[in-house]
Design a protein around this ligand. Structure first.
Ligand code: ADP
Length: 729
């Protein structure tokens, strides 16, 4: 190659490189290269470069000069776009016209074709879908320079062929790759500048982000895959009291996490690093330098490198310590209130129960009073009514007898009511105790059968039966109470049975247990009442009680007695099918003995002919009159004393007194004290207590005091005479 070609080429390359620099400096870096003004300036500049190229050509063969305006304009079209390129083309064309010469037309054609192809290429080259940018630019160069070859047809006829021959190879071999190289240069510049912009933007973004992370009241940390702290913000340091040096590149778990939760936090961290079960949100406590505990709610983001491998985790944490404290306080308060609430509820329930009890007891009291009134008025009415009849009417002996019977029975009924009431209050006050003695059960039951069978009203076809066992039993038991229980149960059975049978008996059950039972074919009791009827003053049918009488105390007393004896009172019953009441008591079998009391020892034969006196100690005038009546008819002689002291004095003065009938409750001196003194004067004188203390326990108390015997008021004439006979005959 000739020297001039090389120089021309080098000049052209230099100019094109200048163009490339211009592209970077004046176009790419411009804040707004797309403004019209900028486009015009660029167009003028490129046009000037084209002119410069045209004035630094090289001569291929004499008469044919070359420059690289085709490359310049094609690349300008592609990279700068329409307006700058059109302006440049215009300037180049003017310059070419001014240069004149044979190649003018071709020169203009080359300017037009290469600029136009460049512009169109820039706009539409994507349509060709060429991925490789080298190939894309190479193709541009080829098309532009094939067109340039075509432009040789504008040369005058004789130079056309020579020119083609001369330029075909350089165009293809130098200009085409030259276009590609210039294009690549510009592309790289574009990318570099874009990269730089991007980096600057990224830096700016990073700067802002880290400003956000560093400040504020959000804890932010970045941990690597081994949980070493690679970043932490000031807030964490403020919160924990560590310096940056103490924190950075130390292990998060070792520095901030307590042992008791470390396993859990380790697990979450490992899962985050292993790409599985990534826990984005969780709360935990961290411990500061001086032991202060902060409660942090974390939001975690996994960090990746460009190969998409996890390289760590960024954690943003909100300090919830204060909120947690308030929450805990609220919870505690809530719990306390809950407990208080519960206490109030319980109190309320207790109050409701107490109120119900009070109302119930009020109701029972009223019912009791109504019952009491009814129960007392009924026999009272009979007593008053019939005594009135006895007084005012002329009566036949049989009528008289039957009226007296009514009065008598009613009196007893009244007495039993009073006994029940007093006994119940004694039980409740805890005054009742057991007084055991030997009892032959068959004898007791026979006696009960005899005394109760006569109480069955004539209108009721009821068979009363004692289911007598073959083997009798003699046991040690409180006879009075056992008798009372059985009387209550059997009387109830008779009362609540219209027809059929009432059977009672006893049998051993297990070791050392006896079961007593009373069975009837009466009205029965619904199961819902089974518990209730054992309460005092409770009856199944409040209406019915008026019809049948009864006070609602019998079962309550019986139950209390059974329990005192160590047993249980049971009921099996259903309406219409009758009832079976039974109770157990522990027992010890005793040898059957013939009981000989003190009384028999005392019996002494009176001397014949002497008239015996008895001393009647009685403060009540009416009662005294009653005794007087009895003694008068029976020819007993007596001396009357109105109190204990008088009785002692009379005993002292009258050795002919053979027996004392002593009242207990008296003015001046009571019966017990009088007895003591009489015993000192006349130790052998039989003294019999006569008293209105008729309840269980009274008898024992009296006998214990040293009385020889005992008779209760109201006094039955036969019983009294029997006693007098026993001690005086
Ligand atoms: P009351 O003096 O009313 O008979 P109790 O305490 O002896 O008092 O009995 C309480 C209630 O139990 C009775 O009013 C009656 O309703 C019921 N009752 C007791 N024994 C029987 C029975 N053998 N059959 C049916 N009901 C009974």
């Amino acid at each position: 190659m000739k020297e001039s070609i090389i120089i021309g080429l080098l000049q052209n390359i230099g100019i094109l490189l200048g163009f490339a620099m211009l592209y970077e400096v004046a176009w790419l870096k411009k804040e707004d290269p797309k403004s019209l003004w900028s486009k015009v300036i660029s167009g003028i500049t490129i046009g000037s470069i084209a002119v410069l190229l045209m004035y630094t050509p090289w001569t291929l063969i004499t008469g044919i000069t070359f420059d690289t305006r085709s490359i310049l304009l094609a690349i300008s079209g592609m990279f700068f776009g329409f307006i700058p390129t059109l302006i440049a083309m215009l300037i180049a064309m003017v310059a070419r016209i001014m240069l004149n010469g044979g190649g003018m037309l071709m020169g203009i054609a080359v300017i037009i074709s290469s600029g136009t192809i460049g512009m169109l290429w820039g706009k539409y080259h994507q349509l060709l879908r060429i991925k490789n940018k080298y190939l894309d630019l190479l193709l541009l160069g080829l098309v532009v320079h094939l067109a340039m070859l075509g432009c040789t047809s504008f040369l005058p006829g004789d130079t056309f062929l020579i020119t083609i021959k001369a330029i075909a190879i350089p165009l293809i071999v130098i200009y085409t790759p030259g276009t590609m190289l210039l294009g690549i240069l510009l592309l790289n510049q574009t990318r570099n500048v874009e990269n730089r912009f991007a980096r600057e933007k990224l830096n700016e973004l990073e700067r802002r982000l880290s400003q956000i992370l560093k400040s504020g009241n959000i804890v932010s940390i970045i941990l690597d895959t081994s949980a070493n702290i690679v970043f932490c913000n000031q807030y964490l340091l403020d919160l924990t009291g560590y310096s940056k040096k103490e924190v950075l590149y130390h292990n998060w778990m070792e520095l901030f996490i307590t042992k008791d939760i470390s396993e859990n936090v380790d697990e979450i961290f490992a899962a985050t690093m292993n790409n599985k079960n990534f826990v984005k949100n969780f709360d935990n406590e961290i411990v500061g330098k001086n032991g202060t505990v902060s409660f942090i709610s974390w939001y975690n983001t996994r960090l990746y490198n460009e190969k998409n491998e996890v390289i760590g985790v960024a954690c943003l944490g909100v300090d919830l310590t204060e909120r947690k404290r308030i929450e805990t306080e609220l919870n505690e308060l809530n719990n306390k209130l809950g407990i208080k609430n519960q206490q109030y509820k319980t109190l309320n329930q207790e109050l409701v129960i107490a109120k119900e009890k009070a109302e119930e007891s009020d109701r029972l009291k009223s019912a009791f009073l109504a019952n009491l009134s009814h129960e007392i008025r009924t026999p009272m009415n009979a007593i008053l009514g019939f005594t009135e009849l006895l007084r005012t009417h002329e009566l036949m002996a049989s009528e008289r007898e039957s009226y007296i019977n009514v009065v008598h029975k009613s009196g007893y009924h009244l007495l039993s009511i009073i006994n029940d009431i007093i006994e119940m209050s004694r039980i409740e006050a805890g005054y009742t105790e057991l007084n055991s003695n030997l009892v032959s059960l068959n004898d007791l039951f026979d006696e009960l059968l005899q005394s109760l069978v006569i109480t069955i009203p004539a209108v009721k076809p009821i068979q009363l039966k004692f289911n007598k066992p073959e083997k009798n039993l003699t046991i040690v038991v409180d006879e009075v109470k056992l008798r009372q229980i059985l009387i209550n149960l059997i009387s109830n059975a008779i009362k609540y049975t219209e027809a059929g049978s009432v059977v009672f008996g006893f049998q051993t059950e297990g070791i050392g247990m006896l079961r007593f039972w009373v069975e009837d074919t009466g009205i029965g009791i619904d199961e819902k009442h089974h518990k209730l009827i054992f309460n005092r003053f409770r009856q199944v049918d409040e209406e019915l009680k008026f019809a049948r009488g009864g006070f609602g105390l019998g079962l309550a007393i019986s139950k209390a007695y059974v329990e005192m004896m160590g047993g249980v009172l049971d009921i099996v019953s259903s309406p219409g099918k009758g009832s079976r009441f039974s109770f157990t008591i522990p027992f010890v079998e005793a040898e059957p003995v013939v009981l000989i009391g003190k009384k028999s020892v005392r019996s002494s034969k009176p001397k014949s002919g002497t008239r015996d006196y008895l001393l009647l100690v009685e403060d009540d005038d009416l009662n005294f009159q009653y005794f007087d009546e009895i003694f008068k008819n029976e020819k007993y002689r007596y001396i009357h004393a109105v109190n204990g002291l008088e009785a002692v004095q009379i005993c002292e003065k009258n050795p002919e007194i053979k027996l004392v009938l002593m009242d207990i409750k008296m003015p001046v001196m009571n019966g017990f004290d009088a007895l003591k003194l009489i015993r000192q004067i006349r130790p052998d004188l039989p003294v019999i207590a006569q008293t209105a203390y008729a309840l269980a326990g009274d008898k024992e108390r009296i006998l214990q005091a040293g009385f020889d015997d005992y008779i209760t008021k109201p006094i039955q004439k036969d019983e009294l005479l029997h006693l007098l006979e026993k001690y005086m005959s």
